[in-house]
Design a protein around this ligand. Sequence first.
Ligand SMILES: C[S@@+](CC[C@H](N)C(=O)[O-])C[C@H]1O[C@@H](n2cnc3c(N)ncnc32)[C@H](O)[C@@H]1O
Ligand code: SF4
Length: 383
Amino acid sequence: MAQVAIPISPAHKAKSAYVHIPFCTVRCGYCDFNTYINDFGPGASRGNYHQSVLREIEMSKRCIEGKFRTVFFGGGTPTLLDAKSLAEILHALPVATDAEVTIEANPETVTAQSLKDLASAGFTRVSVGMQSAVPKVLATLDRQHRPERLPVVAQWVRDAGLDFSVDLIYGTPGETLEDWKTSLEHALSLEPDHMSAYSLIVEPGTKLHAQVARGILPQPDPDEAADKYLLTDQVLSEAGFAWYEISNFARALPGEDHLDASKRRFASRHNLAYWRDWDWWGYGPGAHSHVGDTRWWNVKHPLAYAQRVRDEEIPMHEGEKLSVEDRELERLMLSIRTCEGVQAPMRPELEGLVTENDGRLILTVQGRLMADYVTRVLAGWEG
Ligand SMILES: C[S@@+](CC[C@H](N)C(=O)[O-])C[C@H]1O[C@@H](n2cnc3c(N)ncnc32)[C@H](O)[C@@H]1O
Ligand code: SF4
């Protein structure tokens, strides 16, 4: 990999921005995200990290045309930064007035006041990491909150007037199908607008990976995970939610076309930008950017990042240019995951896995369990 020139062409206006906040109070045993429980001094500590991001934003303004229509503060735990610092970052970005502005939050790191402050600053949506409603599952995942915290946080989110999403994880070792049903029902009782349900991935290098390798915890069973996904689709559909990406479900409003995600009030526009292969600009250590056929990613460690921006240097680590074929394949892999599907002719091996709608192939619920296989067939690698 090499350094690449950042494209400045106005033809590639990034519509979305991602801001990475690389701090957590505890590293959850399953998580391999670029996040740290330590502070690293000036520009790389919770109390002053925002200064580094502000420097990077200033430098990026030489390249950016137009205003961001979606902004996503992800982590790590963005809500470990105080609302004032988060607001400073948001206000430094060129953001459209009707933009969707999301922040990820861990339940134990928000208060009624901090959520109100975020809403006043221009945040429109909170994605709360609930993961499970079952204490033994939360303990296996090393989560810091108790299930009783969620209804309290949900009320604060509503009082602040923010759209409300919850993240859940299924397939944790020791979680039964009944446990997962309990988590889904608890999540629905919070009346969220949006739910993400992720199948637990045992990432190499994590504590969970070591526990599974040593036989302390059982390997998640893919058949059980499939049953849990089918249950998710059934329970959420009955509760008035509709999928718009394999792991993402949005509350459906009367009259909404379920297959047109861009017109769904509660489908995340930021998520859709990723799956549509639109351009986005990433800020913070390890953040990835994607503009036209160019991808690049920043230096990973918060200290190296802080030093680079302090020296007025773009904190890019490496990048690559994608060929036309690579981009076509990427588009296929991303769009087949969405309820809008892909324009492609039907193939006999996809019977039961996709439906045809106006020349587009859209995954059935069985197809969503086998999305990788469907992609390989459409790419001509199977059959
Ligand atoms: C990286 S976290 C950041 C948000 C916040 N710190 C939290 O934990 O809720 C974003 C989401 O990624 C998901 N996630 C992280 N690691 C995962 C893994 N190994 N398998 C499945 N989902 C994972 C979790 O559901 C989490 O809510
Ligand atoms: S899952 Fe969230 S809280 Fe846990 S370590 Fe990862 S980023 Fe931090």
